[in-house]
Design a protein around this ligand. Structure first.
Ligand code: WTA
Length: 702
């Protein structure tokens, strides 16, 4: 159990009622009272077809749909018979409706430019950052051109294109270009390592990769092109050919071995420069007419077993759900001076839904920032870049993760105090449970005890928010995601699918389909069913429920308190990681015989990774190595190389053997106890763990 869960079981009782819309200059809140929320929610789950038919009117359709839902559990088809295009709904329709000159994307790069005599208005820095603003018309032009680039490389409707890029406007352009021509995108977070890229490219059968020569992060260059090259070589050895790579020139820091001229062939792969290709591309690229249930994107997420899963989202349902959740959760109102900033990387689902699709569909400008919160780095590794960005751009909506909030809290109140953040109206949090202390700090120091906080609970699989306060309607309690989103029939049940009473811990399930739900795990029907639909049946109807893999309870007001994952995945700094992924990386090192990875509560990251490792004695002897710190460092570096820096274990502990039950299952609960308890007592972790005694004692428990 994480420390957040422990705190939330202490029954946080503080309640913060919604404030009048007029205080924020809104004519009204979209949902203005608890009663209004309750009646809307009741209608949305009792008559979902009627409810979603109305919501779908907010999208632009090429052909209207014939029926709202066809449900053959666990397969849902939403808005059947309709055709539309996601890019059209995010970009073209705004141009058509006379909003072409309005800002769509406001982007800020990480590096600060050359020293200028005057700082940017309101900035604390003597040097100006690089800022680009793209209007809807400019975005339409760029997206159309890149759509044509993709077509010229042979990309067709239904193909999957891998995108591995830094947080630059071209990332959004590439995604929208895929949507425009009817290809699905599969975005891989820039922090992943080459083998993680090849795994995902192979699984999705991608032939085209879009990347950049590098990206800026905390003053360093992330070597994206190099990683792609390594992944492609690896793929070629496994018989998978990537036909084309398009590389955006971003950092220019490319070693001589990686410089190439546009159209350079290496093996069966042709390398192109983004800029050269775009210079030649035409601006005429019609939006493909897509069926409601055509694939919009794949996004890989970690599971408890084996390889990451390609979560499949389709066009109309995802768009309908995401435009609604964005609009209601954040009270988005076009033409009212709003500027939305979600600090998540687009490589995660939060970025897909609330940097890009949900925000642009609502015609609200979205801010993208390329880099780290502590660049420029101040004394003690601190930074105030986020507050500087909020002040300079007059951000009205700020959406970030608890792990970031806890870091800012540690950095101290004086950093935000240096900046004028009076533009802020709504604050959001996402990705992991937020501990009440961090919530209160966010409320006081960033929100000036005024801005509502929306603690949004959801998953890659759900497409958008499934539990969240609506800022004008639902009183908040620090640490609770409050009540279900409209259209979400959520419950806490036991293993038998019986709904539990107040404050009884159980499984978080959804009992009815919703438009934003995943439609499958790419290429793995069995996993789709067993992971999400095979565990819990609704005791009242016998129907399979969607199970989120989170444990939670509901208090006497019906508020949800999410306690965290009950499967073998860990949330580290808000990033989902499978323990298996880290274990496989460890055992791929020749020194390692066996590995077991567990999450340990961590003050800032929520969880940290502790790996118990047994070594191969022969390898140690033949390589003249000891089970010492240098071997630990080598194993940590190995995991970073195999999966990515985000998966680096915080602790490696060598053990003689791993504790197992009689049936041979590793006793993770015991390991978790050992890891969280002993951690505080001693840093001397080079001694071998001897689990034999405890293991015997606990052998029957697990
Ligand atoms: C966790 C991220 C508590 C949860 C959008 C879920 C949360 C997993 C919250 C999905 C929240 C996300 N409160 N827990 N507000 N938001 N989670 O797929 O364990 O990266 O199952 O999607 O994050 O992570 P994913």
């Amino acid at each position: 159990m994480s420390h957040n869960a422990i705190e939330s079981t202490l029954q946080e009782n503080r309640t913060f009622p919604p404030r009048p819309a007029s205080e924020f200059g809104f004519p009204k809140w979209h949902v203005d009272s608890l009663d209004e929320y309750k009646s809307l929610h009741a209608r949305s789950v009792q008559d979902p077809e009627d409810f979603w038919r109305d919501e779908a009117k907010r999208l632009d359709w090429f052909r209207p749909f014939d029926s709202v839902l066809e449900w053959h559990s666990p397969d849902a088809k939403w808005f059947v018979g309709g055709t539309l295009n996601a890019c059209y709904n995010c970009v073209d329709r705004h141009v058509q409706n006379g909003h072409g000159e309005e800002p769509a994307i406001i982007w800020e790069g990480e590096p600060l430019g050359p020293r200028t005599s005057h700082a940017a208005a309101g900035s604390n820095y003597a040097r100006e950052p690089e800022v680009r603003v793209l209007s809807y018309r400019e975005l339409q032009r760029e997206v159309s051109r890149f759509g044509n680039v993709l077509k010229s490389l042979g990309v067709k409707k239904g193909d999957v294109v891998t995108i591995y890029m830094p947080m630059v406007p071209e990332l959004a352009i590439a995604m929208l270009a895929c949507a425009r021509i009817g290809a699905a995108h599969s975005v891989i977070f820039g922090g992943f390592a080459p083998s993680a890229i090849s795994e995902r490219v192979m699984d999705a059968k991608c032939r085209v990769i879009v990347t950049a020569d590098g990206g800026f992060r905390r003053g360093d260059v992330v070597k994206l092109q190099e990683n792609v090259e390594e992944a492609i070589n690896h793929l070629a050895n496994h018989g998978h050919i990537v036909n084309h790579v398009v590389v955006l020139r971003r950092t220019g820091h490319v070693p001589p071995s990686q410089r190439f001229a546009d159209g350079f062939h290496q093996g069966s792969t042709t390398w192109h420069w983004w800029q050269d290709q775009m210079a030649r591309a035409s601006e005429a690229c019609p939006c493909a007419e897509m069926d409601s249930e055509d694939m919009l994107f794949l996004l890989y997420t970690s599971g408890s077993t084996g390889k990451p899963k390609g979560i499949l989202h389709t066009t109309a349902g995802y768009l309908a759900f995401v435009q609604m959740t964005a609009r209601l959760t954040f009270n988005l109102i076009p033409d009212s001076g709003q500027l939305f900033w979600c600090s998540a990387d687009i490589g995660w689902v939060t970025g897909h839904s609330y940097v890009l699709y949900g925000i642009l569909m609502n015609r609200i400008p979205t801010l993208m920032y390329e880099g780290a919160p502590n660049f420029p780095t101040l004394e003690g590794g601190k930074g105030d870049r986020f507050w500087d960005i909020i002040a300079r751009h007059r951000v009205t909506h700020f959406y970030t993760a608890p792990t970031a909030i806890r870091t800012f809290m540690k950095w101290g109140d004086d950093l935000p105090a240096r900046h004028d953040m009076s533009s802020l109206k709504v604050l959001g949090t996402v990705g992991e449970p937020i501990n009440p202390e961090a919530w209160i700090w966010y409320h006081k120091v960033i929100g000036r005890e005024r801005c509502p906080i929306v603690d949004t609970y959801w998953q890659t699989e759900t497409g958008g928010h499934i539990g969240t306060p609506l800022p004008g309607a639902i009183p908040t309690k620090p640490g609770s995601c409050t009540l279900p989103m409209l259209g979400i029939d959520a419950a806490i049940v036991n293993e038998q699918g019986q709904e539990l009473g107040p404050n009884q811990g159980g499984l978080f399930v959804i009992r009815k389909p919703w438009p934003g739900m995943l439609r499958g795990v790419y290429g793995n029907r069995e996993r789709f069913i067993s992971n999400y639909w095979g565990r819990v049946k609704d005791a009242r109807t016998g129907q399979p429920c969607y199970f989120s893999a989170d444990g939670a309870r509901r208090d006497s007001d019906g508020y949800f308190w999410i306690q965290g994952r009950i499967d073998d995945v860990i949330k580290v700094s808000g990033h989902l990681l499978g323990t298996m992924e880290v274990e496989s990386a460890l055992v791929s090192h020749p020194a390692v015989a066996e590995a077991a990875v567990v999450g340990v509560p961590h003050e800032i990251k929520g969880n940290s990774i502790c790996a118990f490792v047994t070594l191969r004695p022969h390898w140690l002897i033949s390589h003249k190595r000891e089970p010492d710190q240098s071997l630990k460092n080598e194993l940590i570096a190995h995991v970073a190389h195999e999966v990515g820096a985000l998966a680096k274990p915080d602790q490696i502990r060598f053990a003689e053997g791993l504790p197992k039950t009689r049936s041979g299952k590793i006793m993770r609960r015991l390991l978790r106890d050992v890891a969280s308890g002993v951690e505080k007592i001693t840093q001397d972790t080079t001694t071998l763990e001897d689990f034999s005694v405890v293991a015997k004692l606990r052998a029957d428990e697990e």
